[in-house]
Design a protein around this ligand. Structure first.
Ligand SMILES: Nc1ncnc2c1ncn2[C@@H]1O[C@H](COP(=O)(O)OP(=O)(O)OP(=O)(O)O)[C@@H](O)[C@H]1O
Length: 246
């Protein structure tokens, strides 16, 4: 049973003069626990629209989304919000850290909505998570005292602190230089795999996408799998993947 399944998902918006714009056109996607999937698309191809649907922030116009064996249409609004908070971790290009709060406070914020042990032990859990991203000695640092790569590692710790089953990374290296971006992506892949979560990386950068195990391209709202070509090519080989996605 996949963790997440999209079947024939479309998203259409109404624009001026009773006109409409179809942004997603029949998207099919299955993601298993432990998967790392990349979705590459140019600006305007529908990436953010798809991300919002994958993250239970928006609904398909037609088609189905099944999360953890429950069809979206059977989830009540409160249930959807609860699942998003508990089961989905978001990582964005601009980190979105609270500026006046320490790294530790930023990471423990999602645990304020947890129940039981997650809530009562939130400081220890958040500190442990920061240790896992290599920032165990920077718990009290403010975002302004951290480099871009360190801030993104705080954001990764925050996304993972509630043990989500799905991590959505939207241009996670977009604000970082090439080398820092590569090390942040390697870390994200490692901590996601270590926690047994599925990771979907949405990006326009084929080098970032190449780290995933399965690859898709989004073009004008149409999602197609990218298969690395040739008998010697391999999905798990970033060089083959990069050539295939390009
Ligand atoms: N509310 C809206 N009104 C009009 N057009 C919209 C609206 N939302 C999205 N669009 C259009 O739909 C298309 C897809 O938008 P989307 O934001 O999903 O693209 P994207 O791939 O994330 O782009 P980028 O990489 O530039 O962020 C774009 O052409 C966008 O202009």
């Amino acid at each position: 049973m996949p963790l997440l399944a999209l079947e024939g998902v479309t998203r259409t918006i109404e624009i001026a003069d009773a006109d409409s714009l179809q942004i997603l056109r029949g998207v099919d996607l299955e993601v298993e626990v432990g998967d790392h999937v990349s979705i590459v698309g140019r600006s305007g191809s529908g990436k953010s629209t798809l991300l919002n649907i994958l993250g239970l922030l928006d609904e398909p116009t037609t088609g189905r989304l099944v999360f953890d064996d429950i069809p979206l249409e059977r989830m009540r609004a409160g249930e959807r919000d609860r699942r998003r908070g508990r089961d989905v971790g978001f990582i964005f290009q601009q980190f979105n850290l609270l500026p006046g709060r320490t790294a530790l406070d930023n990471v423990l914020t999602p645990l304020l909505y947890a129940t039981g042990r997650g809530f009562w032990r939130r400081r220890a859990i958040a500190a442990d998570m920061l240790g896992r991203v290599g920032l165990g000695d920077r718990l009290e640092a403010l975002p302004s005292q951290l480099s871009g790569g360190e801030q993104q590692r705080v954001a990764i710790a925050r996304a993972l602190v509630r043990g989500p089953r799905l991590i959505l990374a939207d241009e996670p290296t977009g604000a970082l230089d090439v080398d820092t971006g590569a090390s942040v992506m390697a870390l994200l892949d490692e901590v996601a795999e270590g926690s047994g979560a599925a990771l979907i990386t949405i990006t326009h950068d084929v080098n970032v996408a190449a780290l995933a195990r399965r690859h898709y391209r989004l073009d004008a709202g149409v999602l197609t799998p990218v298969v690395a070509g040739g008998p010697s090519a391999s999905h798990s080989n970033p060089v083959d993947a990069r050539e295939a996605i390009r």
